[in-house]
Design a protein around this ligand. Sequence first.
Ligand code: ZN
Length: 174
Amino acid sequence: MQRLAALLVLTLAALVGCSAPVEPSPETASVEAAQSAPEPAPLPCGTVFTPDPELLADVTAAAARWSVATGCDIRVGQGGTRVRLVSEINDNGTLRPGLTHYEADGVTLVIDVIAARSAAVLIHEMGHVLFPRPGHVEGETALMSHAGGNGRITAADLEYVCAGYGCTVFVLEA
Ligand SMILES: [Zn+2]
C-alpha cells in the first residue's frame, strides 16, 4: 500500500513537472500583475496660489512659511488656487474672517478672506489647501486648530498637513 502511494506521488510529481510551462502563460502573468499591490501615487509636494492683487504680499509671505516648514514648493503663480479678497464671509449664518471652499470634485478650491485679518487667517486657510480635507487639529495652540492657534506652525500642524502632502522636512516655527 505504501509503495503504491509512493508510486502515485512520483507519477503526480512527474505529471506536474511535465505540464509546468517554461515561460509563464499570459493568463498567469495577468493574475500575478493583479495580485501585486499597485504603486502608490506620490504625494504632492508643491502648491500654487493665485491671489487677488491686494493679497499678493500676505499670500507670498504665507507660502514662504509653509515652504520652509514642509520643504515643498509652495508659491504664488498663475492657474493655482484662487485667493479672493471679499467684503464679508457668511458661512451659513456665521461671519468668518476666512473660508476655504471645497468644490464637489474635491480638487477645485477657493480661499476667501476679509481684509481685516488677512495675514493671520491666510496661513491657516492655505494649510487647508495643501492636504485638502475638512476638519481641524485638536486644541488651541496649533495654527490648524479651529481657533487658529498662536500664529506659528507647530508639530500638530505639520502632522495634519503632511499626512497627505509630500513634506520633505518637518520644520517647526520657533
Ligand atoms: Zn480652518
